[in-house]
Design a protein around this ligand. Structure first.
Ligand code: BG6
Length: 476
């Protein structure tokens, strides 16, 4: 079935970069192949280089689709020929933005487009400010149809810079034009948190401090810093993962029931959670940095030995922290957030541990001890969830054993769509539910900025472990 969405020009700044080639172009192609991209929607790659022709860019696009979607066909060739264009921005002066406007207008005329424009900033963060300023000054912040601005994390590197970035964006664009991407929000399993919580009375009725003892949110990666030392050295685990991805998981887990399944209502509830979190004290956080070790049976370097990393680097590659949400639902329930690179395995999950039964009718010996019920929401890999129950072992003796009930996405639905596929569709549709609001970025930076400015011991941990053992002490 063809989509009801209106066609647009999608102009991607940083179109020759990694994000565009690994994620955006493949996702756009998959949408087109699934008839989800409106006919005549045009993708305009923007890069610094002025000597790349449309055809050269089309072959790059074809290669990324071959590499990351695994398909190549005559149809793909036609799609590239018709829908893919390139424009070199040179040094991005005012005249380059004027020419960009002319180029977009020409594409709109050729394909009889209604003037909808999406500007996607897939560039390093240093380019956000100047690009937004230039778009605004060139009058590219409005058009005959809609104009939307898409910006990828990081949204600033602390509260002050996030405020400055928001101010700059709002000088030229309205908040309803802005789509701040945190790709975790595009993951099916993350969106499912809302369906899981608000579609199942069974869980929602016990989702509070009376029934829940603790919540643990883990995003563990096997990968190291890879080729991104330049960025990561200035970022570290807290800025790279906690302030955004893990905090999204936290707010979706802890938020109140929104009045409606609409962007404004959901975003409002998420901000309320952030505003209710108590300041983070030094004893609530443990940071670490990986040293050499073994991943999947192979020796890997320590962080300080990685290309581009300073030999005396103090950048944390692991962080674990305990947050307290001081509201009626959660007062007294610790939320533990943990993330790290070069950990034992790639695993992202939310583990909710319920309180033990207040009294036990079973004998107190070890074999009869009743474990608390645990709910594990597996975000990746092996997406799904499982809940533990205590069951009686058959036999005359009363002995209790833990068993699990499971749901697996793969078994029920097959492979899941990529996050960017979902997010790009929502941008075309004009649905901001899965995007981060200005208020949310500020509330989050307000919470974490003091932590960034205070000094913490950096504990080493061998690559392939679960992080520094000191992190266990956080949990008492
Ligand atoms: C990115 C971080 O935002 O998320 C990376 O910058 C990290 O450091 C990545 O590896 C993790 O994303 P995913 O989807 O692989 O869990």
């Amino acid at each position: 079935m063809a989509t009801k969405l209106q066609p647009a020009v999608i102009a991607i700044f940083g179109a020759t970069g990694d994000l565009a080639h690994r994620k955006l172009i493949p996702a756009l192609y998959e949408m087109s192949a699934a008839n989800q991209l409106p006919t005549n929607t045009s993708i305009l790659g923007l890069g610094r280089k002025t000597d790349i022709t449309d055809d050269e860019f089309r072959s790059q696009v074809r290669k990324s689709i071959r590499d990351f979607v695994g398909s190549d066909s005559e149809e793909l060739g036609h799609w590239c020929e018709k829908c893919i264009h390139y424009f070199g921005m040179g040094d991005s002066g005012p005249e380059d933005f004027e020419k960009l406007n002319e180029k977009i207008t020409a594409i709109e005329r050729t394909f009889d487009l209604p003037g909808n424009r999406i500007f996607y900033l897939a560039t390093p963060p240093q380019a956000f400010g100047p690009t937004i300023e230039s778009l605004g000054e060139a009058g590219l912040n409005s058009s005959e149809g809609y104009t939307r601005l898409v910006i990828e994390k990081p949204f600033g590197h602390d509260l002050k810079s996030a405020e400055a970035l928001n101010d700059l964006i709002h000088k030229h664009f309205r908040e309803d034009q802005i789509y701040r991407i945190d790709h975790y929000l595009g993951k099916e399993t993350v969106q499912n948190l809302l369906a899981f919580r608000f579609g199942n009375a069974l869980f929602e009725s016990v989702w509070n401090r009376e029934k829940i003892e603790k919540v643990e949110i883990l995003v563990a990666e096997e990968l190291g810093v890879e080729q991104r030392a330049n960025y990561y050295e200035k970022s570290g685990a807290l800025r790279d993962m906690v302030q955004n991805h893990l905090t999204q998981l936290l707010t979706l887990t802890a938020m109140e029931i929104p009045t409606a399944f609409k962007a404004g209502h959901i975003r409002y509830e998420k901000v309320k959670v952030l505003n209710a979190i108590l300041p983070i004290h030094d004893e609530d956080i443990v940071e670490g940095q990986y040293t050499e070790g073994e991943i999947g049976g192979e020796g890997v370097r320590g962080y300080k030995e990685e290309d581009g990393v300073k030999k005396d680097s103090k950048t944390p590659t692991f962080v674990s922290l305990c947050l307290r949400i001081e509201n009626w639902r959660w007062s007294g329930v610790p939320f533990y957030l943990t993330t790290g690179k070069r950990l034992k395995e790639r695993r992202s999950e939310i583990v909710v541990t319920f309180r033990r039964p207040p009294v036990t009718i079973f004998k107190p010996e070890e074999k009869n001890r009743v474990h608390p019920n645990v709910l594990v929401i597996a975000l990746q890999p092996n997406e799904g969830f499982r809940v533990s129950f205590e069951v009686k072992k058959p036999g005359s003796e009363i002995a209790v054993k833990t068993e699990w009930m499971q749901f697996s996405y793969a078994d029920s639905f097959g492979p899941l769509p990529d996050a960017y596929h979902t997010l790009l569709y929502d941008i075309l549709e004009g649905d901001q539910t899965l995007f981060v609001s200005a208020d949310e970025t500020l509330a989050s930076w307000r919470l974490y900025t003091p932590v960034l400015h205070s000094h913490h011991t950096l504990y080493p941990y061998p690559a392939g472990s679960w992080g520094p053992k000191e992190a266990q002490k956080l949990k008492g």
